[in-house]
Design a protein around this ligand. Structure first.
Ligand SMILES: [Cu+2]
Length: 311
């Protein structure tokens, strides 16, 4: 018995030591984002209210746990076997049974009311397309196909900007996702935003969020979607508004260069300025040397930028 206690003590000491080492490592600046034993940072507008609900439920269930197991242990000790003790037969206690039915019911109603406002914040008021960044999210086995409208502001047109596994959004601005899976159900999950939403084949699910801290985040697929599920990983970069605009402009320029290659006569160029600029590009390309390629690309960029601003 004494040995058992001593052994248990040793185990506890070891456990404490390893926990304290973990905590000590935790405080260093270079830790990986998920190297915490508790929740990751809360970095979206809904993350705070969701965490508040989480903690409310956690404390209620902790209290219930302590009461129930405290009573259980107390009764085990109090009513343990004794030589001269006889069992007592009872039909139950109506007042007690009503109480332990009504009190949990009231707690559940209370939690439902509390959850409702958070739920409507997350799910009811979609931001307008004019005040938000709209992104088409089309996951498939095993990657995230991501699309932005491009220079014309419309989807399903040749100048759409598409990326794979790389989502870019501005900080403090609503982002509206139109999600459709291309094959099986996937689920878009960003732990720091406390957001998780299924994407289903054959239907468009609208989902939105506002990031509150710049940085790099990971997108995980939270739906077991096949053998490659484990590597279905994307990256979400939250930029400052200026950085995001710069990224978007650069992507639009890249796209324009693809759509109007230097050699082509640029039949889609809508304005005179663009046409002139495109003419320059052709000249640059005609000048021949391999090094001229990048210069030509830059000129095309200029052409499209002018075209975009003149519209
Ligand atoms: Cu998936």
């Amino acid at each position: 018995m004494v040995n058992a206690i001593r052994r248990t003590g040793m185990v506890l000491m070891l456990a404490l030591a390893s926990v304290s080492t973990m905590l000590a490592q935790d405080s260093t600046a270079t830790k990986p984002r998920y190297d915490t034993w508790w929740l990751p940072e809360a970095n979206s507008t809904v993350a705070g209210p969701i965490d508040d609900l989480f903690y409310l439920i956690l404390w209620i269930t902790t209290a219930v746990f302590l009461i129930v197991f405290g009573a259980l242990i107390a009764f085990i000790i109090k009513y343990r076997y004794r030589e001269d003790r006889r069992a007592v037969y009872t039909h139950g206690n109506n007042r007690l049974e009503v109480a332990w039915t009504v009190i949990p019911a009231l707690i559940l109603v209370f939690l439902a009311i509390m959850s409702q406002s958070v739920w409507s914040d997350i799910k009811m008021d979609a931001p307008g397309a004019d005040t938000s960044v709209v992104i088409d999210l089309r996951p498939r086995q095993f990657q995230w196909d991501i699309r932005y409208a491009g220079a014309d502001g419309k989807f399903e047109t040749p100048d759409d900007i598409s990326t794979t596994n790389q989502m870019h959004v501005p900080i403090n601005k609503a982002v509206l996702l139109n999600m459709t899976a291309q094959d099986v159900i996937h689920s878009f999950f960003v732990p720091e935003f406390r957001m998780k939403q299924d994407a289903v084949p054959g239907m468009v699910t609208r989902y939105w969020f506002t990031a509150t801290k710049a940085g790099q985040y990971e997108i995980a697929c939270a739906e077991l979607c096949g053998l490659g599920h484990y590597r279905m990983r994307g990256f979400l970069t939250v930029h400052t508004q200026e950085d995001f605009d710069a990224w978007y402009a650069a992507e639009m320029a890249k796209k324009a260069a693809q759509l109007n290659p230097p050699a082509a006569a640029a039949p889609t160029a809508p304005t005179d300025t663009a046409a002139t600029a495109a003419g320059d590009t052709t000249a640059a390309a005609a000048s021949g040397a391999a090094g001229a390629g990048s210069a030509a690309g830059a000129d095309t960029t200029a052409a499209v930028d002018t075209a975009a601003t003149s519209r």
